[in-house]
Design a protein around this ligand. Structure first.
Ligand SMILES: Cc1ncc(COP(=O)(O)O)c(C=O)c1O
Length: 533
């Protein structure tokens, strides 16, 4: 046996089955796999990732999804419902994030495929909106999500990494200020960051952004749909939304605390012009005039329907009720951490908290907690563990288990403090420094993708197989940067094509016509949000 998932129960498909399987058989295999996997998080001992955790809610979203799962929302003439759902998702998100405070520009949004998608579109928009003489750069706190670095890598934007204060875990403003230069196009702040659940000083970042005429993107991928409710409940969370002068865009993931299905996020812009600068047009293609509002081409209407369904079903009262339970649970779990003098909470956490120890390696605590079924997220520099509290933790009994298991884990770590921990997680504790860690991560990715996901047909000739394995290996090592360079230059090319055509009368008309469809979405959006202008 190769260790390939479910090989023993269901075998491995290396080619299309000669004769198709009955629907019932297919569904029963899928059901067996999901039943085997759900208990990992259902008990409430898994950090983050499952935000709602309520199977009735998922069933409801799946029904909503099924109405339009096969519809391509790119073909808007066939599905006005997609325009309704998308426009209302954007309007509701803009409203939640304080867009009514925007006075001089028109706030708009974009529904993307997830947090990384929203961040990538934001980086692209800033690059297009702020032409620079040299290589553009963005200043991001070290704690901001890797998706910014990934987007910078793809779009040729340098990420300047601002250090954070080790006690508060917030970005060091003096460093940001000293490092803004003529090629800086935007600053980043998180509300909140993935690692510590802390919120950067958005007000001060906004003031810097205004002073230097650069953008400020607030990463609310994780917090965008829960922090506003935390503030409403009276938790001490600084303003981070469009009410803060200088904030020009905010990402907020519907597929996290928006309690929608996986695959959507909302990217909100204070100014329509900023969003529109990353639109893509190819008006002289032989296949027809092509325009898409973001990087995706075809998108499932089902995801828009399910996201919309989650939002209108829960409503303000539902989101507030869930936030109340989550914040209260997180506060109780944090209090349990504070009871142990050998543990130290990092900064001023929110619904997500992180802790470390100055007395032993915190991964010893993790080693023990794993034996009791807990799945926390591992961090490094310093080693720390984080718990993103979601609805599954709010179930009766989970907090009590946390208190008992944490106490036992601290006793274990104290007793074994001279030993090396077994866990280190993918983010932490890889021996041998950064280059060794990179090598290990390549191995992990190789194992996951080439070793498992790529199953070569048994019939493949050996020579072909060797060749294709060589190609895959190549792609995963040096090849990646070549790919990125090619992607980058083709995007620049696209940019130039668009600019060229917008200077040329004939094609401008085409481009205008194509963009009309998206404007319809904007109109619907602004109809639904009452801007006080
Ligand atoms: C703060 C923050 N930003 C961005 C992301 C990226 O989101 P996604 O995994 O949906 O691409 C995450 C994911 O956890 C996050 O926590």
């Amino acid at each position: 046996m190769s260790g390939f998932p479910y090989e023993e129960q269901f075998g491995v498909n290396r080619t299309l089955p000669e004769n198709g399987m009955e629907q019932d058989a297919v569904l029963s295999m899928l059901s067996a796999m999901s039943s085997a996997e759900n208990p990992v998080w259902e008990g409430g001992q898994c950090s983050g990732t499952m935000y709602c955790g309520d199977h009735d809610h998922y069933d409801f979203l799946n029904l909503a999804f099924s109405q339009f799962s096969y519809v391509n929302s790119l073909q808007r003439d066939m599905c006005p419902s997609a325009t309704k759902c998308e426009a209302e998702i954007i309007a509701m998100t803009l409203d939640l994030l304080g867009a009514s405070n925007v006075k001089d520009t028109t706030p708009v949004g974009l529904v993307t495929s997830g947090g990384s998608g929203s961040i990538a579109h934001a980086v692209l928009a800033y690059r297009e909106h702020h032409p620079t003489s040299g290589r553009p750069n963005i200043i991001k706190p070290e704690t901001a999500h890797p998706a910014f670095s990934k987007a910078g890598h793809l779009f040729g934007v340098e990420m300047k990494i601002a250090p954070v204060d080790p006690t508060t875990t917030q970005v060091e403003l003096e460093w940001v200020k000293a490092n803004i230069d003529e090629n800086t196009i935007a600053l980043i702040g998180s509300a909140c960051n993935y690692g510590y659940g802390t919120v950067d000083p958005i007000g001060e970042l906004g003031a810097l952004a205004l002073e230097h005429h650069v953008g400020l993107h607030v990463d609310g991928c994780l917090g965008g749909f829960i922090l506003p409710f935390g503030r409403e409940l009276g938790y001490d969370i600084e303003p981070f939304d469009f009410s803060v002068p200088g904030v020009t865009s905010i990402s907020a993931d519907t597929h996290k605390y928006g309690y929608a299905l996986k695959g959507t996020s909302v990217l909100c812009f204070a100014d329509q012009a900023l969003r529109n600068d990353q639109y893509f047009y190819l008006t002289d293609w032989s296949g027809g005039k092509y325009c898409s509002p973001g990087m995706d081409g075809s998108r499932s209407g089902g995801l828009l329907a399910a996201t919309w369904a989650a939002m209108v079903h829960l409503g303000h009262e539902g989101y507030l009720r869930y936030a109340k339970e989550i914040f209260a649970t997180s506060a109780t779990m944090q209090a349990a951490v504070r009871e142990h003098p050998s543990l130290r909470l990092m900064g001023k956490p929110t619904f997500l908290f992180s802790f470390t120890s100055d007395e032993f390696d915190i991964y010893l605590v993790n080693d023990f907690l794993r034996t009791r079924g807990w799945r926390l997220n591992g961090q490094q520099y310093p080693n720390a563990l984080h718990m993103a509290v979601t609805r599954p933790q709010t179930q009766p009994g989970v907090v009590e288990r946390w208190k008992t298991d944490l106490a036992d884990a601290v006793a274990y770590a104290t007793k074994h403090k001279d030993e090396l921990p077994k866990s280190g997680a993918i983010y932490g504790g890889v021996e041998g420094g950064p280059s060794e860690a990179v090598r290990r991560h390549h191995q992990i990715l190789h194992g996951r993708h080439d070793g498992q996901a790529v199953l070569h047909p048994l019939v493949m000739r050996r020579r072909d197989r060797a060749l294709s394995q060589h190609r895959l290996r190549h792609r995963w090592t040096e090849g990646w940067s070549r790919h990125a360079r090619r992607a980058r230059s083709s995007l620049y090319e696209v940019h130039h094509v668009a600019t060229h055509y917008s200077e040329d009368g004939g094609a401008t008309q085409d481009a205008d016509r194509v963009v009309d469809a998206h404007h319809r979405c904007d109109e619907a959006t602004s109809r639904d949000v009452e801007y006080s202008r």
